[in-house]
Design a protein around this ligand. Structure first.
Ligand code: UFG
Length: 362
């Protein structure tokens, strides 16, 4: 008996050391585009990861990709976070989670205009369930996927974290603004919960292995997958939405960031929270490259690096588009000690390699 209790104590001691070293992170939306790349970077950084996703906009193929890249099979739970009972069952099963990175959300701007309640219900209920359950399961840290959409068309460029929030132009954008407000209020009311909201600019590209990448369901809404699908012949023609904007070449300007650079920022942010290096209980960072690139420049650069000619034509403006936006990244660079490493050329090539691989063409 004495021997057993000694052994048990030793086991508990080792386990506590192990827990200390192997912090466990729940990644919601972990099979999606940014989620899957973040899971890879977390595993590479030595974290234990639990993936939750309802697969509404992603496939389990990304789990195989993650395993092939890292050699680790992270536990996966197919769960809808709006189902609080199922969500709680996940937290009961995977005890001692140290932090959550919350990606799970709908993100199609146009669809959100047509079906606002779908967006308000899904994006807000899942977040509220998460914030409600976190204290009960001793989880104190949450990294939240936000968007530069909260800035609308900023008056001054590049846009800093202090730039005023503009009225949202879509229910999707509204859910990002409301989510940030909900988190701010919950953090203020709690003496334990800390959070970092990351405002993404335009994530594109794919992992260098081409084993994971962006997999839009149906016709892509975003420019990058539309470009690669046109280049490979899935789409006949790419429409450029407007060349009469007040920009040097008349097309809209965005800040396109490599998804792997973006994923790495999540590792930095979540460790900052878990190691209590955050300066405030709720912090916000812009994640971009700091460089604005026009739609036409993106097309030209893609053609140059891939050698593929794109069939495109200029059409009318897309409703609700922001004319130009790019990030001031100095706060993230200085405070997180993070910066983007990939060039635009590398980023575009990685997106192309991924498109070729999923079409068994390269
Ligand atoms: N564009 C085209 N043709 C297309 C698709 C897009 O010309 O077929 C143009 C758009 O008009 C825009 C630019 O390419 O000027 C980028 O458009 P995306 O749809 O790729 O990206 P957005 O900047 O409009 O939106 C993205 C995310 C949103 C997010 C927003 C701001 O998709 O979820 O960034 O964060 F809200």
């Amino acid at each position: 008996m004495k021997e057993k209790s000694k052994k048990f104590k030793y086991f508990t001691y080792i386990r506590s050391k192990f827990d200390y070293i192997m912090k466990k992170i729940l990644v919601t939306g972990g099979t999606g585009f940014i989620g899957s790349h973040t899971v890879v970077e977390l595993i590479n950084a030595g974290y234990e990861v639990v993936i939750a996703d309802n697969l509404s906009n992603s496939k389990t193929g990304s789990l195989e990709g993650i395993e092939q890249i890292t050699g680790v099979k992270a536990p996966f739970e197919r769960v809808d976070l709006c189902d609080k009972v199922a969500f709680e069952a996940l937290l009961k099963k995977h005890r001692s989670i140290n932090a959550v990175i919350h990606f799970a959300a709908f993100k199609a701007v146009g669809e959100s205009v047509e079906q606002p309640l779908k967006y308000y219900h899904n994006n807000l209920t899942s977040l509220i369930n998460l914030l409600d359950l976190m204290p009960q399961y001793g989880i104190e840290n949450i990294v939240f996927s936000s968007s530069c959409t909260v800035y609308g068309q900023p008056e001054q460029l590049p846009v800093t974290e202090q730039s005023p929030i503009q009225p949202a132009t879509s229910p999707y954008g509204q859910t990002k603004q409301i989510s940030e407000t909900i988190i701010r209020d919950v953090v203020a009311a709690s003496d334990r919960i800390k959070s970092i909201a990351l405002r993404y600019f335009n994530p594109i590209g794919a992992h260098a292995s081409a084993l994971i990448g962006e997999l839009p369901v149906g016709t892509p809404n975003n420019l990058m997958p539309f470009i690669t699908q046109t280049a490979i012949g899935i789409r006949e023609q790419l429409n450029v939405f407007g060349n009469d904007y007040n920009t040097p070449d008349g097309s809209c300007i965005r800040d396109y960031i490599h998804v792997v650079d973006l994923a790495k920022a999540h590792v930095t942010a979540v460790s900052r929270l878990m190691e209590n290096r955050n300066k405030k209980p709720f912090e916000i960072f812009n994640l971009g490259t700091g460089t604005g690139v026009s739609v036409l420049e993106l097309i030209t650069t893609f053609e140059k690096v891939t050698g593929v000619k794109l069939n495109y034509r200029i059409v009318g403006r897309r409703a609700g588009d922001t004319e130009q936006v790019w990030a001031d990244t100095s706060f993230a660079n200085n405070e997180l000690g993070w910066k983007t490493l990939s060039t635009l050329e590398e980023t575009l090539l990685s997106a192309w390699n991924w498109e070729k691989r999923i079409n068994n063409n390269g």
